[in-house]
Write a protein that binds this ligand. Structure first.
Ligand code: PMP
Length: 392
């Protein structure tokens, strides 16, 4: 029996074999001509995946939290006012990071599973001179998606730069960085970008670069300082050797392969696939009698689902039962409702078969706790939803 399972958590995800193979090649020098070419290509491809015409891509060794940190460190100066559009755990985290760099942070919050309305955000923007507004596109603790296009318009109306935490969305949810006027988008490699954990990725638009260049004070973080990294990224993109800190050579080979696969699928096709598989998964969960953490269907992300346990089901027993079938799901993360729900990631290389296996595993675990439902009803609902979408 093969020792394997299907990883359906909201990151890390299942990776394509070609991406994993790219990681296992021998490590070259970071200034070897073939690596310079690969890094240069990866930077060009990042701009395309983020749908940015003129942004500056950045690739750093680190996780998504480093991506949050580097953007805050470079764009915040002590006493700058920052508005955090908070839809969960990662909004709280961003508030903490911004405060570390001396920002005066205001959160606009919503009840768990909701998101602040554009009207509430506008009211907050109206009351202060905000330099930055940060938004979590998909908060992985709630599965709530925000309207970053609408928020970007508002931010510009009030003279604030908009920073999007796209860790659980880039390359899965639609983001048109230039067309929608988003100033910075960042992510991490292990989610819909489809590369094992270890890369913090960002694209910085021209207005955010200007704000960085007109700082009055030094960046309060040595490693994350863009003064060190911008010349490196620019050198690799023009196919020149350069050094500040050793780049994660193997991960960058893998990144270039994954970005190539993403672009050959096509961004619109990819967004539609994520949408179709999300609807498929959520239809099955509904048929099985499970509610969702997002308070309304239109607030739910396409990259993940956050189902609530039905009454009488013990969360502590449920996930180990699912795991026995060979499918790995994630527990709750939001501190207020942690034990009431679980999380399914469906992003990146995910296929219909993965969703069907996941729903089958969920049915098996429900059954083991004596939950009353028609066996196979979830799987059937998933298949019907998928067929409807494919026909339409
Ligand atoms: N933001 C969001 C929306 C996330 O989902 C995560 C990770 N789950 C992070 C930030 C932090 O990323 P990392 O765990 O890679 O540091």
């Amino acid at each position: 029996m093969k020792n394997r399972s299907l990883l359906m958590i909201p990151g890390p995800i299942e990776f394509e074999p070609a991406v994993l193979n790219a990681m296992s090649g021998s490590t070259t020098s970071h200034v070897a001509p073939d690596f310079i070419e690969v890094f240069g290509q990866a930077l060009e491809r990042l701009r395309k995946v983020f749908l940015s015409d003129d942004g500056q891509p950045l690739v750093l060794a680190g996780s998504g939290t480093l991506a949050m940190d580097t953007v805050a460190a470079n764009l915040v100066e002590p006493e700058d006012q920052v508005l955090v559009i908070n839809t969960g755990y990662f909004g709280d985290r961003y508030g903490d990071i911004l405060q570390r760099y001396g920002a005066s942070v205001t959160h606009v919050r919503a009840p768990v599973g909701g998101r602040p309305s554009l009207g509430e955000v506008e009211q907050a923007l109206n009351s202060g001179g905000y330099k930055l507004m940060t938004v979590t596109h998909v908060d992985t603790s709630t599965g709530v998606i925000t309207d970053i296009q609408g928020l970007a318009k508002l931010a510009h109306q009030y003279g604030a730069l908009i920073i999007v935490d796209g860790v659980c969305s880039v390359a899965g949810e639609e983001i048109q960085m230039s067309a929608w006027g988003i100033d910075v988008v960042f992510t991490a490699s292990q989610k819909a970008v489809g590369v094992p954990p270890g890369l913090a990725l960002a694209v910085v638009g021209p207005d955010a670069l200007k704000a960085f260049q007109s700082r009055r004070t030094p960046v309060l973080n040595y490693y994350a300082d863009w003064t060190n990294w911008l010349p490196i990224m620019q050198a690799y993109e023009t196919r020149k050797a350069s050094y500040f800190g050793t780049p994660p050579v193997n991960l960058i080979w893998a990144l270039n392969v994954s970005l190539g696969q993403i672009l050959s699928e096509g961004m619109q096709t990819r967004f539609q696939r994520h949408h179709a598989l999300s609807v498929t998964c959520k239809s099955a969960l509904e048929t099985l009698g499970m509610g969702q953490v997002p308070l309304k269907p239109e607030l739910a992300a396409n990259t993940m689902s956050a189902p609530r346990f039905p009454q009488g089901i013990s969360g502590a027993k449920f996930l180990p039962e699912v795991a026995k079938t060979g499918v790995i799901l994630a527990g709750g993360l939001h501190p207020e409702i942690k034990s009431e729900y679980f999380r399914i990631g469906h992003m990146g290389a995910v296929k219909l078969g993965d969703i069907l296996a996941t729903i089958g595993a969920i049915e098996t675990a429900l059954s083991s706790q004596g939950y009353a439902f028609d066996a196979g009803a979830g799987v059937q609902a998933a298949m019907r939803a998928y067929e409807r979408l494919s026909a339409g």
